[in-house]
Design a protein around this ligand. Structure first.
Ligand code: NAI
Length: 306
């Protein structure tokens, strides 16, 4: 059965080029009406222009799809609100939001400036917050919404020189974890994409034969799955070169320390057991972690029910 988006309206931010362009074209090819948002500008976020978004709209129209160009800066809430209004006035709904827009200001933490840090957080994290916030009430009222946040291995696992970007990219995971809970009742599903792709953002970072394998077209199926009717929620899906992975946050089984060992020295003495990988779990909510530590204490204190 083919997955389609007939009757659905999608907003794809930063879709004037790279991965976003690919997501937007494929969504439109499969029936969605698409807002092609892009501020234009360069990888470091300087400059602006509407040509890129308009060119993608023309590509979509050339294959019989419906799209409109929008030049909002996702970091500015008033511009984002106007974008969502444009979608609502044109098509009357917003079903799918793909938060994809992004920039880089790579520098080691020692050399980087706070201004660059704030700028990168502003585009990736607040940009995602702004767009999701502007669509949230609409999706709640429709009792339908599919949202994707774009994370990165740099946030999930770290990458030298990308502390600002990594912090922002892990921030969107925190946003997702809570919105997945708040959206459940309204049939809003929210997931994260961790892409690996050859774009202007990754140009020069890898050997040519690896770069050539990593086409954006091989990432887009992951996004399309995550915004489909039967999408999961709160999933981090990795995609690149035809490989697909799921990343999860794990917590060790841990242990309860008796009162005389509830000290830094006690933790040091029991470190191997506290950090052991055997019996790890994947908590689905903050409350699960609370229950676990309280459960360990109850058991240790002999207060657990038989
Ligand atoms: P790209 O630079 O080709 O695309 C990003 C697009 O976002 C550009 O068209 C740019 O004009 C637009 N944009 C930037 N700031 C904006 C703003 N404030 N408002 C609206 N649009 C804005 O880069 P690429 O590789 O396609 O990246 C897409 C997303 O995937 C980004 O969030 C990036 O961080 C993420 N990503 C990419 C990876 C890769 O391997 N290419 C790896 C991990 C994450």
């Amino acid at each position: 059965m083919s997955i389609r988006y007939d009757g659905k309206v999608a907003i794809v931010t930063g879709s004037g080029g790279g991965l976003g362009r690919c997501h937007a074209i494929e969504l439109a090819r499969r029936g969605a009406r698409v807002v092609v948002n892009d501020l234009g500008g360069s990888v470091d976020g300087t400059g602006a222009g509407s040509e890129a978004a308009q060119a993608v709209v023309a590509e979509i129209e050339a294959v019989g799809g419906e799209a409109l160009a929008n030049g909002a800066n996702v970091a500015k809430y008033d511009e984002v609100e106007a974008m969502v209004k444009q979608a609502m006035e044109t098509w009357g709904r917003v079903d799918i939001l793909v938060n994809n827009a992004g920039i880089l200001r790579d520098k080691s933490f020692a050399k980087g400036s706070l201004d660059d840090f704030k700028l990168v957080l502003g585009v990736h994290l607040m940009g995602t917050v702004n767009c999701t916030k502007a669509c949230w009430e609409i999706m709640r009222e429709q009792a339908y919404g599919r949202v994707v946040v774009t994370t990165s291995s740099s946030g999930l696992f770290g990458n030298f020189g990308q502390s600002n970007y990594g912090a922002a990219k892990m921030g969107v995971i925190g946003l997702m974890n809570t919105l997945a809970q708040e959206g459940t009742k309204y049939n809003i599903k929210i997931n994260a994409l961790a892409p690996v792709a050859a774009t202007r953002m990754t140009e020069g970072l890898m050997p040519e034969e690896v770069f050539n394998l990593l086409t954006p077209e091989l990432v887009t199926p992951a996004v399309l799955f995550l915004v489909s009717e039967d999408a999961p929620t709160r999933t981090i899906l990795g995609a690149g070169a035809g490989g697909f992975t799921v990343t999860r946050l794990v917590e060790s089984a841990g242990m309860w320390l008796p009162p005389d060992e509830q000290t830094p020295e006690g933790i040091a003495a029991n470190w191997d057991a506290i950090a052991a990988t055997e019996g790890e779990t994947h908590p689905q909510s903050g409350a699960e972690q609370t229950m676990k530590v309280v459960g360990l204490a109850m058991e240790g204190l002999g207060l657990a029910p038989e």
